[in-house]
Design a protein around this ligand. Structure first.
Ligand SMILES: *[C@@H]1O[C@H](CO)[C@@H](O)[C@H](O)[C@H]1NC(C)=O
Ligand SMILES: *[C@@H]1O[C@H](CO)[C@@H](O)[C@H](O)[C@H]1NC(C)=O
Ligand SMILES: *[C@@H]1O[C@H](CO)[C@@H](O)[C@H](O)[C@H]1NC(C)=O
Ligand SMILES: *[C@@H]1O[C@H](CO)[C@@H](O)[C@H](O)[C@H]1NC(C)=O
Ligand SMILES: *[C@@H]1O[C@H](CO)[C@@H](O)[C@H](O)[C@H]1NC(C)=O
Ligand SMILES: *[C@@H]1O[C@H](CO)[C@@H](O)[C@H](O)[C@H]1NC(C)=O
Length: 782
């Protein structure tokens, strides 16, 4: 629910710089012409372009970073605007080199990736962006071309900047941008804006204290930008580090944008959303401000900034000032985004009001950039009774056809394009919103993604012009992201079984039936989710213990166990070159984690029944098992380099501009993944199954709970849930944010050995008669 709120109503102005004359030839099976969908204005629009030379060099550099300088010399690249929009062509030159030609730099990289994956059987991953090719790599002579079925391939979510990117430096971004290019991403966002606002606020007459009280800390900026919170996690004005941090972030953002544009990737920039510091009332006493609604019970000190109605003259003034500076400082692809109604119901529920509000916002943008197109995140319409069809239509059609582009944010689960008749003709992007809060847990909807894009493209009068991914956090379930992006480019359904077979082959660099079977079992179990439950990564382990949890799973857990066993058995055949073994170890840690996560759910069901039946001995026995499981989970996570709390905390401290800021940055990092607010306002929303978190946060909570319930059973009293809650918040959850214990940034132990021991121990647990007593495998799954 929180994620829905976080994301609702993000308005993005957008001009897709890839849409030039070429687009007029674009049309889908019986669907309307994209140029029509985008309006006559765009059809003839030639966007400000990065020269083909620059894009070629950028693409060449990506290839060099991925396969190394020597190997990259076997590839020639060419950016050619005469090719079809968003297409690539691969051929062999007489010299024996492989020529990859593409419409833009990112299409070239996509072509290179296609060759790498399907000709050389090698693939990248977020955790593995370099590939070692054999010295005498045979380069197959292929002649192929491919055009993206969707001119826009979109990536990112405003929340990813909090949950995944918060502590990144440019090196980490470089890898991510390389990855984006290899996936053929053509559109993304760049939300960092605080440095620019600080200037504007200062010029308007706010003092530093007032400004600092508005800006949230580095882990919470996305929600302050959306007007959900203010000040939370921010620096103290006396420290002065805040302003230096904002300057450094601004420089980082410039660097990121430049690297993206050089590859031909368009970048959407923020526009004014209407949210301003409370202190602005002092400067503009006459203006009509509304106070933003309280969000998730945040206390007054950290909530409820002021909102300027879009029809107010002040809105226009701030919007145009801000947008001018944004474009001056970042350059422009004529793409801007903002989120005026995030978690804030519009004050009036009338079609006229919606129409004039949208028109006012659009007008202020147009005043700065006559070429601007407005992109709207359609999430605000999801399950929100405020937004009736009439209001949605009034809002969307207030902007001329083709000048508004909508991100259909979670198309695989809650698509809105049907209900809105393809957004009343405004173009839209089909997006997979797979992750909330950067939580871990294997999950995905392969078949819904596979067929969903076809349904949207083939809908009569479809205005779909793009496909993409909008995860709140990355770093998990890589297979889903790879699948969705490849599907987005493709004009037909992928053969998912075959695709997974190839995934297993390229991932481990070896053809093996066990590894293939393991991935097929995952495909048909964890990756077949198709329910309407809001999947938020809160599994029993990571939830605050209670007697009324209801864990559920949508698949046969035996399949995960079998996949795990198959993976374990393949150890000896994993090639040692090209760091294949690292990926194998990563997957072993992840699947072990997954099985323990499910087992904890099952243990919980039995614990719960023994509590209800007041079976003290059984309760104590199962409780000890659960603690043992948490210890095993801690051990396996500690052996995986991508599952360490230490990495997250050290990165946060490293980004602090001064030593004095370090403790606040660490506080931000710890608080976001636990209490998310001063008093557990969004408790465990961004929970992490990481080494360090299990031992020092989740396990202590469970241990205390088990003790309290045991005492209650012994004394024949009911368990006092509210006493427990108070205690755990005060003694475990809140203190965690303020600690400064250091955690390893290097894994310890051999993942395979640890996983094997855990497998032997826990795969047998269902044979234990104490579990069999009741509810074994009673989890509802279909
Ligand atoms: C590559 O294949 C094409 C088509 O089969 C052929 O014409 C060309 O000569 C080949 N090039 C090289 C360098 O072998
Ligand atoms: C202020 O804005 C609200 C809408 O949010 C409107 O109902 C009200 O009439 C406005 N007040 C003035 C004085 O303009
Ligand atoms: C598609 O658009 C055409 C032209 O605007 C319209 O006549 C037709 O009814 C639409 N079809 C559907 C199924 O909405
Ligand atoms: C746990 O017990 C409570 C009643 O005490 C019940 O409402 C809940 O559904 C049970 N949960 C499970 C997973 O059995
Ligand atoms: C779950 O999978 C196992 C192994 O494939 C199978 O034996 C079992 O019947 C399945 N359970 C259900 C309820 O389908
Ligand atoms: C539960 O604990 C709370 C807080 O410690 C206390 O106020 C309350 O009286 C307790 N309830 C029962 C039924 O004992």
């Amino acid at each position: 629910m929180v994620g829905a709120l976080n994301l609702s109503c993000i308005l993005i102005y957008l001009l897709i710089n890839h849409f030039d004359l070429g687009l007029a030839q674009y049309s889908y099976n019986g669907a309307i012409d994209v140029a029509d969908a985008l309006g006559p204005k765009l059809a003839g629009h030639v966007f400000p372009d990065v020269s083909p030379d620059v894009q070629e060099q950028a693409a060449r550099d990506v290839i060099k970073r991925v396969i190394g300088k020597k190997a990259s010399e076997s590839f020639e690249v060419e950016v050619n605007r005469l090719l079809d929009v968003r297409s690539f062509q691969i051929s062999m030159l007489d010299s024996g080199k492989i020529l990859i030609a593409g419409w833009d730099g990112t299409s070239v990289c996509k072509g290179f990736h296609q060759y790498l994956k399907y000709q050389l059987n090698k693939d990248v991953d977020w955790f593995k962006m370099t590939i070692e090719l054999p010295v005498n790599q045979h380069l197959p002579n292929v002649s192929m071309s491919s055009t993206s079925a969707s001119p826009i391939i979109y990536y990112q979510n405003v929340c990813t900047w909090g949950y995944s990117f918060a502590w990144w430096n440019f090196q980490q971004w470089r890898r991510n941008i390389d990855w984006m290019a290899l996936m053929g991403i053509s559109l993304t966002i760049a939300p960092i804006q605080e440095f620019i606002w600080q200037d504007i606020y200062t010029q308007l007459g706010l003092n530093l204290d007032e400004i600092e009280a508005h800006f949230a800390g580095p882990a919470f900026q996305p929600w302050q930008r959306m007007g959900n919170i203010r000040g939370w996690g921010g620096g103290s004005p006396n420290q002065g580090g805040g302003s230096e941090f904002r300057r450094l972030q601004y420089l980082l953002q410039q660097q990121i944008i430049q690297a993206q544009r050089e590859l031909g990737i368009s970048v959407a920039l923020p526009a004014f959303a209407g949210h301003v510091p409370r202190a602005l009332r002092r400067i503009f006493p006459q203006a009509n401000f509304t106070e933003t609604e309280r969000w998730n019970r945040f206390p007054n000190a950290y909530c409820c900034d002021l909102f300027v109605e879009p029809q107010e003259p002040l809105f226009r003034q701030l919007a145009t000032t801000f947008l001018r500076r944004v474009t001056q400082r970042y350059g422009s692809n004529h793409i801007f985004f903002c989120d005026p109604f995030n978690e804030l119901e519009p004050p009036v529920s009338q079609a006229d009001f919606m129409r004039s509000t949208a028109a006012a916002i659009y007008a202020s943008m147009r005043e700065v950039d006559p070429k601007a197109i407005w992109l709207l995140q359609g999430w605000m319409f999801v399950k929100n009774i405020f937004w009736t069809d009439e209001l949605i239509e009034a809002f969307l059609t207030a902007v001329p056809q083709g000048n508004l582009l909508v991100l259909d944010l979670q198309s695989e689960q809650f698509p809105q394009y049907q209900r809105t008749k393809s957004y009343y003709g405004q173009p839209f992007v089909w997006c997979m919103l797979h992750n909330f809060g950067g939580t871990l847990g294997m999950l995905g909807s392969v078949e819904l993604v596979n067929s969903g894009m076809d349904l949207a493209r083939q809908m009569p009068n479809s205005s779909m012009v793009g496909a993409g991914i909008t995860p709140e956090g990355i770093g998990q379930n890589y297979v889903m992201y790879s699948f969705a992006l490849e599907r987005g480019w493709s004009d037909r359904k992928l053969d998912s079984a075959g695709w997974f077979t190839h995934f297993a082959l390229t991932r481990y660099g070896v053809q093996d039936e066990r590894l293939n079977q393991a991935w097929q079992l995952l495909r048909t179990s964890v990756y077949t989710f198709h329910g309407l439950q809001k999947m938020r990564g809160k599994y029993t382990i990571t939830r605050r213990p209670a007697i009324n949890l209801s864990p559920f799973t949508w698949y046969n857990v035996t399949h995960v166990l079998e996949a795990w066993q198959l993976m374990l058995s393949a150890r000896s055949i994993i090639p040692l070159d090209d760091n294949r073994y690292d990926i194998y170890q990563h997957d072993l840690v992840d699947i072990t984690r997954q099985y323990l996560q499910i087992t904890a759910d099952q243990l919980y069901v039995n614990l719960n029944s023994s509590y209800r039946k007041r079976q003290l001995a059984r309760f104590v026995y199962l409780g000890n098992k659960l603690l043992e499981l948490l210890d095993d989970l801690e051990r396996i996570l500690g052996s995986g380099s991508n599952f360490l709390l230490g990495t997250w905390l050290e990165a946060a401290k490293l980004l602090a501009p001064t030593v004095e800021d370090q403790s606040n940055f660490e506080f931000n990092a710890r608080n976001q993944i636990t209490t998310w607010g001063p008093n557990g306002e969004i408790l465990d929303y961004a929970c992490k199954q990481w080494s360090g978190m299990i031992s020092d946060y989740y396990r202590p909570r469970w241990a205390r709970f088990l003790d309290d319930v045991t005492l209650a059973l012994q004394s024949n009293q009911p368990f006092n849930a509210s006493a427990y809650k108070q205690h755990v918040l005060k003694e475990i959850e809140k203190p965690f944010s303020k600690m400064n214990k250091q955690y390893p940034v290097r894994p310890s132990g051999d993942p395979w050995l640890i996983s094997q021991v855990i497998f032997e121990k826990w795969s047998k647990y269902t044979k234990d008669t104490k579990y069999l007593h009741n509810n074994r495998l009673q989890l509802p799954y279909k």
